[in-house]
Design a protein around this ligand. Structure first.
Ligand code: TPP
Length: 335
C-alpha cells in the first residue's frame, strides 16, 4: 500500500469534485485571458491589461479554503484572483468591453473589477495598494467577530513599497486575520526581483514582523494550497497573519506594450514547461481523479463557457452618452 505521507496535500485534503472544480477554474482563467487578448487585438477593449497566464495555480490554490464571507484584495494583474473567487465571466467581459452589464457598468475596465458579494474587494492599479485595504478588512473582521479571513495578493514589486512594511507590521501587532500572498513572478515590469530586493526570498521578510513566512513553488497547486490553507487556519484561529511567497512566472509581457527585452526566450520556454495547468492535470490523472479524456472534455467545456461569456458581453448595451459621468463615484454625484 502506498504511504499516505507521499500523497500530495491537495489529494489528501480535497475531494474529487473540489479538485475538478479547481482545475476547471484554472482552465477558465487561462481561456478568459486568451479571450481577452484576442478581443484586445480585435479592438474590442480599450486601455491596457495585465495577463496572469502561467500564474493560475497561485490564484486558485490560494482561494481554496475561502468562503464568500472571506475577503481578497487583488492587484493590477487580477483577472485570475477574480475568477478564483467566483466572479461571473460574462460580467467581467462586459466590463472589459465598456458595457452596462460590467462590474463597474463599463466605467472601470480590467484594473477596477471588484465583486463584493463574493468577497473580492477589488483589483488595484496602485502597486501595493491592496495591502493597507487588506489590513483594514482584517481589522474590521476582528472587531466585528465575523471569523472572516482576508487573503491579500500582491506582486514582488510591491514588497519594496512602504505600504508592504506598514501593513505587515500593523497586522502583526494587532494579530489580524490576514494572509499576505506574494506572487513572485520574478519581475516588476522590466526590473528583476534579484536586482531590486535585498533578500533572496521575500518570505524572509516575515521574520522582521514576527510572523511565519514560507516560500513555495507557486506553479504547484498542491504546494500552494498546503501553505495558504495552513496560514488561513492560523488566521481563523486568532493567531495572526502569515506571509506566503508563491514562486511563479507570467508567460506574457508586463502589459500590452511590453516588448519583452529584459528576459530571454529560453527563460520563458523553461517556465512554460512548468505549466501549472499541465501539472495539475497530471496530478489528477496520476491519482485517478480524472482520465486524460476527462481533462480534454473539461478544457473544451471551459472554451464554450468563455465563448458564451463573450457573446453575453457583446450583446450587453453600451452606457448612454448622457450617463457617461454617472456611477463613477456615486450615483447621486452626477444626478
Ligand atoms: C505605486 C505605483 N508605482 C508604480 C506603478 C507602475 N507599475 C505598474 S505595475 C508595476 C510593476 C509591479 O510589479 P509587481 O508588483 O511585481 O507585479 P507584477 O506586475 O509582476 O504582477 C509598476 C511599477 C504603479 N502602478 N503604482
Amino acid at each position: 500500500m502506498s504511504d499516505p505521507k507521499n500523497t500530495p496535500y491537495a489529494i489528501r485534503t480535497y475531494d474529487a469534485d473540489e479538485l475538478k472544480g479547481a482545475l476547471r477554474k484554472m482552465f477558465l482563467i487561462r481561456k478568459f485571458e486568451e479571450g481577452a487578448e484576442d478581443s484586445y487585438t480585435r479592438g474590442l477593449i480599450h486601455g491596457t491589461m495585465h495577463l496572469s497566464i502561467g500564474q493560475e495555480a497561485s490564484a486558485v490554490g490560494s482561494c481554496m479554503s475561502l468562503s464568500d464571507d472571506d475577503k481578497i484584495t487583488s492587484t493590477h494583474r487580477g483577472h485570475g484572483h477574480c475568477v478564483a473567487k467566483g466572479a461571473d465571466l460574462g460580467r467581467m467581459f462586459a466590463e472589459f468591453f465598456g458595457k452596462e452589464d460590467g462590474y463597474c457598468r463599463g466605467r472601470g475596465g480590467s484594473m477596477h473589477i471588484a465583486d463584493v458579494a463574493k468577497g473580492n474587494l477589488g483589483a488595484n492599479g496602485i502597486v501595493g495598494g491592496g495591502l493597507p485595504i487588506a489590513v483594514g478588512a482584517a481589522l474590521s473582521a476582528k472587531r466585528l467577530g465575523t471569523g472572516a479571513v482576508t487573503v491579500c495578493f500582491f506582486g514582488d514589486g510591491a514588497n519594496n513599497e512602504g505600504a508592504f512594511h506598514e501593513a505587515l507590521n500593523m497586522a502583526a501587532i494587532w494579530k489580524l486575520p490576514v494572509v499576505f500572498v506574494c506572487e513572485n513572478n520574478r519581475y516588476g515590469m522590466s526590473t528583476s526581483t534579484e536586482k531590486s530586493t535585498a533578500v533572496k526570498h521575500i518570505a524572509e521578510r516575515a521574520a522582521a514582523y514576527n510572523m511565519p513566512g514560507v516560500t513555495v513553488d507557486g506553479n504547484d497547486f498542491s504546494a500552494v494550497t498546503e501553505a495558504v490553507d495552513s496560514a488561513v487556519a492560523r488566521a481563523r484561529a486568532g493567531d495572526g497573519p502569515s506571509l506566503v511567497e508563491n514562486l511563479t512566472y507570467r508567460w506574457r509581457g508586463h502589459s500590452k506594450s511590453d516588448r519583452n527585452r529584459y528576459r530571454t526566450k529560453e527563460e520563458i520556454a523553461d517556465w512554460m514547461e512548468r505549466d501549472p495547468i499541465g501539472q495539475m492535470s497530471a496530478l489528477l490523472v496520476t491519482h485517478k481523479i480524472m482520465s486524460e479524456n476527462d481533462v480534454a472534455a473539461l478544457e473544451s467545456e471551459t472554451e464554450q463557457v468563455i465563448q458564451d461569456a463573450i457573446a453575453f458581453a457583446n450583446a450587453s448595451p453600451s452606457p448612454a452618452v448622457a450617463d457617461a459621468t454617472r456611477f463613477v463615484y456615486t450615483d447621486d454625484a452626477a444626478a
